[in-house]
Design a protein around this ligand. Structure first.
Ligand SMILES: Cc1cc2nc3c(=O)[nH]c(=O)nc-3n(C[C@H](O)[C@H](O)[C@H](O)COP(=O)(O)OP(=O)(O)OC[C@H]3O[C@@H](n4cnc5c(N)ncnc54)[C@H](O)[C@@H]3O)c2cc1C
Length: 409
């Protein structure tokens, strides 16, 4: 005997399934009503994967249109694999730049070590650097445009046992079986549902900018490690971006008009190609400043609201894993939702957390540790670090990547 009976939805023409003994109407897998808040990397990946599985998620993005913001981000092969599944990998490799080598120098411009990632790429696929807004454009290609509403955010989320009722900034209200917060490190979804969850400040802040001219285009990453200071030059196709970092207390003022002077002062003793980089700085308005934080939360879901990507587990930029972690998490959630239903949704959300947490914790730990090494703030420690770097062999480097990339997500 079937445990299911068909029930006509009052006023609607679509039959819903109600299981005997269930107090609620149940929607299975793709029938579930899913809202994704934030159309960034995690949100667009999740929307694409859910649409592939027949879901009809709704995505709301706060900004009215995608601009040319952001700099270079790096996608590990584990993130790239998800784009293979989305049918977007060809676009990724044609737009981004696979890189093979990164060179580490001390502040004087003496090379400490040159690392090749060729063996890693040979085994798992390339590491790809790409301009963030180009990655957004690629991910958007897959999204049904009707599902994406720009210029809208959430004002209120009210949860009952059977649904989440969302009030949007345009005054409309809608009910969902699941709300997914993909709205980044300063997530509004998180503060609405989980209250004030503090970000952990790393003690480091810095500036990012594009190099406009003067530097010959290079396919190699160059990082300059000083004492409590770091300057990295990252190429992607036809572009070079610079990422800088200094140790500093939280909330130090950073007036735009003084930015050029500040950056030049902080890195005045750096050698190599850094003087050329600093001489090429022109418009302080084009320079982005940020305080580098990560986020560790005890819970990633509450009732019918779940967080994915930076909103749940922002990673320090030091290991370059934030984007890949966000994409992997979106893939795991899509996978779990594809075998879920609206009644037992907490089971799917718990499985998502169980699958993701150990790996995310590991990458967050590594990013913190790398921050301590690359941005060592005592002269003695940075001298010791530079010495040890000479013994950090390519074999150890390969093992680091192997451990990360062979792990199933
Ligand atoms: C504009 C921008 C530029 C960036 N540039 C770089 C970079 O150059 N290099 C780098 O390594 N990382 C950069 N990042 C961070 C990087 O993209 C993320 O760390 C990573 O991709 C994790 O993805 P995510 O989807 O969790 O978060 P994000 O990629 O940050 O996406 C969050 C999305 O949610 C939207 N959003 C935020 N609040 C709301 C709200 N209340 N309602 C609806 N939508 C909302 C945002 O506009 C954004 O589209 C940038 C992020 C942003 C938003």
């Amino acid at each position: 005997m079937s445990i299911l009976k068909r029930k006509k939805k009052p006023g609607g023409n679509k039959a819903e399934v109600e299981a005997e003994g269930y107090a609620l109407p149940v929607r299975f897998g793709p029938e579930m009503r899913v809202l994704i808040i934030g159309g960034g990397i995690a949100g667009l990946t999740l929307a694409g994967l859910l649409q592939q599985r027949g879901f009809k998620p709704r995505v709301v993005e706060r900004i009215p249109e995608y601009g040319k913001v952001g700099y270079i981000i790096v996608l590990w092969p584990s993130g790239g694999r998800v784009l293979k599944g989305l049918g977007l990998y060809r676009d990724l490799i044609e737009t981004g730049l696979p890189f093979s080598t990164y060179n580490v120098w001390n502040e004087k411009g003496e090379m400490l070590r040159s690392y090749s990632v060729d063996e890693v790429s040979e085994k798992y696929g390339p590491m790809i650097s790409i301009y963030r807004s180009e990655l957004i454009s690629i991910l958007r290609k897959n999204i049904n445009s009707e599902s994406l509403t720009m210029g809208v955010t959430v004002e209120k989320i009210h949860q009952t046992p059977d649904e989440a009722i969302v009030t949007f900034s345009d005054g409309t209200e809608e009910s969902f079986d699941l709300v997914v917060g993909c709205d980044g490190v300063r997530s509004r979804t998180r503060s609405l549902v989980f209250g004030d969850v503090p970000l952990s400040y790393s003690g480091m802040r810095g500036w990012s900018f594009w190099l406009k001219s003067g530097i010959s285009k290079s396919a190699q990453i160059a990082e300059y490690w000083g004492t409590g200071k770091f300057l990295g030059i990252w190429p992607t196709r036809n572009r070079l971006s610079v990422f800088t970092c200094i140790r500093s207390p939280r909330g130090a003022p950073d007036p735009v008009e003084n930015r050029l002077d500040h950056i030049r002062q902080h890195f005045s003793e750096f050698g190599g190609i850094v003087p050329e980089v600093l001489a090429g700085l022109e418009d302080p308005g084009d320079i982005f400043h940020d305080e580098y934080c990560d986020l560790r939360m005890d819970e990633w879901y509450k009732g019918r609201v779940v967080l994915v990507g930076d909103s749940a587990h922002a990673v320090l930029p030091t290991a370059g894993g934030g984007v890949s972690m966000a994409i992997e998490s979106a893939a795991v959630l899509a996978d779990e939702l594809s075998r879920a239903d609206s009644k037992y949704i907490s089971h799917a959300l718990e499985a998502y957390v169980v699958r993701r947490r150990p790996r995310v914790n590991k990458v967050q730990d590594q990013s913190r540790m790398m921050g301590k090494v690359a941005f060592a703030d005592s002269r003695a420690v940075s001298i010791l670090r530079n010495l040890v770097m000479r013994f950090y062999s390519s074999r150890l480097h390969l093992k680091y990547w192997d451990d990360l990339l062979k792990e199933p997500i």
